[in-house]
Design a protein around this ligand. Structure first.
Ligand code: COA
Ligand code: MG
Length: 292
């Protein structure tokens, strides 16, 4: 397989870790990734209980092959240190840290993680939701890759608030492109922001399609009703798989042996397209295997 470390992150479902019904329900849901939230969705009085419940969930072994993430509270809050320590000790797949501003933040957090998790079980994911983070995208992605950082998660609710902008997706087009470019330049994954109106599947699908087109790996979600749409949009579709298989077959044809450019289905097709085609087929296979 071309992408041995690939794992699907089409659907990344947030849930308040203070909500035991949501934590129980998540064991039955087809989300690729579960994000136990200790931050925005948890009231101050419930922070400690939420942390305990998230850690118990992590250690329960009851979430199958879903990737388990804890969104902790920001570095300048009284809960940050304990959140980070407990999430690492409970072997979360990653901690998602909100309100990241700079590469320095990433270095400081990963230094702390080295003490709690010397065996590197837990990765670092960064919320990109502050104006300064947008200005520092390149530095964060570049330094982060050496400091456990594997994934950007866009947070447009907070970014709109900070920018004094309207909650209108069109505002974020340039930011989405910049963030994807920064992430890909340094080998990071990137997940789109949430769609708040969870009773509107048409609007959700439009946002998922837009994000997929721009290169995002998946979408963060807030409600189980959104999972199927994200899983469908962000998986390679049958027509794309057929096209990829035709490219692979054409390059395997002995008449094309040694050629760098050929014609497939009337289109110029180069070795870079072959590489892309193999990657797409590998992703489709990984998703199929993940669901089993
Ligand atoms: N994860 C897991 N299960 C969830 C869920 C989630 N995010 N949201 C809802 N559910 C469950 C409910 O518990 C309920 O299951 P149950 O009947 O077994 O209890 C079922 O899905 C239907 O829920 P519904 O009644 O439609 O929604 P609600 O009114 O209970 O909750 C929200 C609506 C928005 C409060 C809830 O979806 C939520 O908390 N979402 C996540 C918010 C969050 O984490 N925000 C931070 C990131 S922006
Ligand atoms: Mg927020």
């Amino acid at each position: 397989m071309n992408a041995p470390t690939f794992r699907p992150r089409r659907s990344c479902l947030y849930m308040p870790a203070s909500n035991p019904r949501a934590l129980a329900k998540a064991k039955t849901l087809a989300a690729d990734t579960i994000i136990f939230d200790l931050e925005d969705a948890v009231a101050p009085d419930a922070k400690e209980e939420a942390r305990e419940q998230a850690c118990a969930a992590l250690q329960s072994g009851e979430y199958g092959n879903r990737e388990l993430i804890v969104r902790i509270n920001a570095t300048d809050t009284p809960w940050f240190a304990q959140d980070l320590q407990q999430a690492c000790r409970s072997k979360a797949d990653a901690v998602l840290v909100p309100k990241i501003l700079s590469a320095d933040d990433i270095v400081q957090i990963s230094d702390l993680m080295d003490a709690y998790d010397p065996h590197l079980n837990t990765r670092l994911w960064a919320m990109i939701e502050m104006p300064l983070a947008i200005l520092n995208l390149k530095e964060i992605a570049a330094l982060g890759a050496e400091h456990r950082l594997t994934t950007f998660v866009m947070g447009f609710n907070d970014l709109a608030k900070e920018m004094h902008a309207e909650q209108d997706r069109s505002v974020f087009g340039p930011v989405m492109t910049q963030a994807v470019i920064a992430a890909r330049a340094y080998g990071l994954n990137i997940i789109d922001s949430v769609y708040n109106d969870f009773s509107d599947p048409i609007g959700l699908e439009a946002e998922c399609l837009e994000a997929k087109k721009l290169g995002f790996d998946g979408k963060s979600l807030i409600h189980p009703a959104q999972i199927e749409t994200a899983n469908w949009v962000f998986a390679p579709h049958a027509d794309a798989i057929a096209e990829a298989e035709a490219i692979i077959a054409a390059f395997n044809d002995p008449v094309n042996a040694g050629k760098g450019v050929i014609v497939v289905d009337g289109k110029m097709t180069e070795l870079l397209h072959l590489k892309q085609a193999k990657q797409l087929v590998a992703i489709a296979e990984a998703i199929a295997a993940f669901g089993k």
